[in-house]
Ligand binder design. Structure first.
Ligand SMILES: Cc1cc2nc3c(=O)[nH]c(=O)nc-3n(C[C@H](O)[C@H](O)[C@H](O)COP(=O)(O)OP(=O)(O)OC[C@H]3O[C@@H](n4cnc5c(N)ncnc54)[C@H](O)[C@@H]3O)c2cc1C
Length: 429
């Protein structure tokens, strides 16, 4: 068995791992990126929120990777009340094969070495990592990053799996369409108001349910899904709810099975109590993206946090190790200095720095979302179920529609959501 060397080994080439690889390779670090699947159709809605496309401008810059820009959203409340709104700044919807391909291609162009193999084992000996891949090859690296998603092998080995209360279960269908229209059956709905459009997103909040159903238009496909807290509903109940939603969308019939591919997966949606003690780094290692637990507990949206956590880990490593492997950082607070370059202590310092960065950038916001989750799905507001009240107010108040639109595109803080809704509602009254 040959042993290959790299400075930083990243397990998983999804948005988190591949983005980290390109940031580090750009800064001159030697990176190896492992993934047995390459760019694949990961179970996902593929909705990339507005703030992600604003912060990570490279996403829209390259038009070779088709995506749908959407600015119209229809929301359906637990009692069937509807509102349609148009957001000022659209968000993007991708096939995950395309999105992963975009990020992985950038990493390879930046100089990261991509190895199409899953990591099957690793161990740390105090100065570096011995890593084995599924094809039997062995690697040696100084720093190990787990970016291998919600069912992360790296996480399992480093800190343990997510407990049930920290997960949501999601199922979905990708339904192929031709020329922007579903091939079969045609959309038909008697009420013009409820007629879905292939260019808009639909989100429905079922009654007594910690989650929602969605219909996302992608280039060449409609993506449908349902997500709810793990253990709240059985798989059969979720699948039945989803089938009803999909068949309603297509006017009462499920699309031909040859055009529909079914998927299911878990999403980290951390319980309030889990945030304080959440471990995302240690001696010579760090976790990013879903593997770290970074998804919005209310919406399950994790693509932004995958990119953002990768960015913050890159920032911590580059600032601590220096832009170029031979050029140490001059900031003494990171312990820069030629004598410590490549030393285990330096990587651990970078990992600690990363912990502080993500907690500051989005940790508090996500923790607050966990706190708000019961109120969001089950609480009452002005005498109605909270989601119904939001939709009811939005039907009448433009200001409320703005707030709701911002919440859906990831630009509204949960901390001030209720207060902002009230303010906007009373402003117009
Ligand atoms: C049904 C569903 C719908 C969703 N919809 C949305 C949405 O619309 N918008 C949104 O923002 N978020 C959504 N999410 C969440 C989103 O999919 C994740 O937050 C996001 O993909 C996390 O990116 P990541 O890079 O951390 O992990 P992943 O995208 O999961 O990437 C992990 C990678 O690691 C690889 N891997 C796994 N094990 C190994 C191993 N042992 N060795 C090497 N590689 C390995 C996998 O092949 C995979 O490519 C959804 C999730 C689900 C389940």
């Amino acid at each position: 068995m040959t042993e290959c060397m790299a400075e930083i080994a990243i397990v998983g080439a999804g948005p988190a791992g591949a983005h980290l690889a390109s940031r580090l390779a750009d800064a001159g670090r030697e990176v190896v990126l492992f993934d047995g699947k390459g760019a694949w159709e990961k179970p996902c809605g593929g909705g990339v929120p507005t703030r992600a496309i604003r912060e990570f401008a490279f996403l829209l810059e390259n038009t070779n990777y088709p995506r749908k820009l959407v600015s119209r959203i229809t929301m359906i409340s637990p009692v069937g009340r509807r509102v349609s709104l148009t957001v000022d700044d659209p968000f993007a919807i991708y096939s995950r094969r395309v999105l992963n391909g975009l990020v992985l291609d950038r990493a390879i162009e930046a100089g990261a070495l991509f190895v199409r193999a899953a990591v099957s084992d690793f161990s740390y000996d105090g100065s570096g990592w011995d890593i084995t891949t599924g094809d039997g090859r062995r690697w040696r690296a100084k720093f190990l990053v787990g970016a291998d998603g919600a069912a992360s092998f790296a996480r399992r080995r480093l800190v343990g799996i997510f407990p049930r209360q920290d997960l949501a279960l999601a199922f979905g269908y990708n339904v192929a369409v031709e020329n922007g229209a579903p091939t079969e059956p045609a959309l038909k709905d008697k009420r013009a108001e409820s007629k879905p459009s292939m260019d808009e997103v639909t989100v429905q909040f079922p009654k007594n349910f910690t989650g929602y159903l969605w219909a996302f238009p992608r280039p060449g496909a409609m993506n449908f899904g349902v997500a709810s807290k793990l253990g709240e509903k059985t798989s059969d109940q979720l699948r039945a709810l989803l089938s009803g939603f999909v068949s309603d969308y297509f006017g009462g019939r499920m699309p031909d099975s040859s055009r529909a591919s079914f998927f299911g997966a878990k999403i980290p949606t951390l319980d309030l109590k889990s945030w304080k003690g959440l471990r995302t780094s240690g001696e010579g290692w760090a976790l990013i993206g879903d593997a770290a637990g970074f998804a919005d507990p209310i919406t399950g949206e994790g693509i932004y946090y995958a990119f953002k956590s990768a960015d913050l880990l890159a920032e911590a490593l580059i600032a601590t190790l220096g832009d170029k492997p031979h050029a140490p950082a001059d900031d003494e607070s990171f312990g820069g200095g030629a004598s410590t370059i490549g030393s285990p202590a330096l990587y651990s310092r970078a990992a600690k720095r990363y912990d502080a960065l993500w907690r500051d950038a989005f940790g508090k916001e996500l923790e607050h979302a966990s706190y708000r989750l019961p109120q969001f799905y089950h609480g009452r507001f002005i005498g109605h179920i909270f989601t119904d009240a939001m939709i009811m107010l939005a039907r009448h108040h433009r200001g409320v529609r703005t707030i709701l639109g911002r919440a859906l595109t990831g630009e509204q803080s949960y901390v001030t959501l209720k207060r902002d809704l009230m303010r906007r509602a009373f402003q117009v009254i």
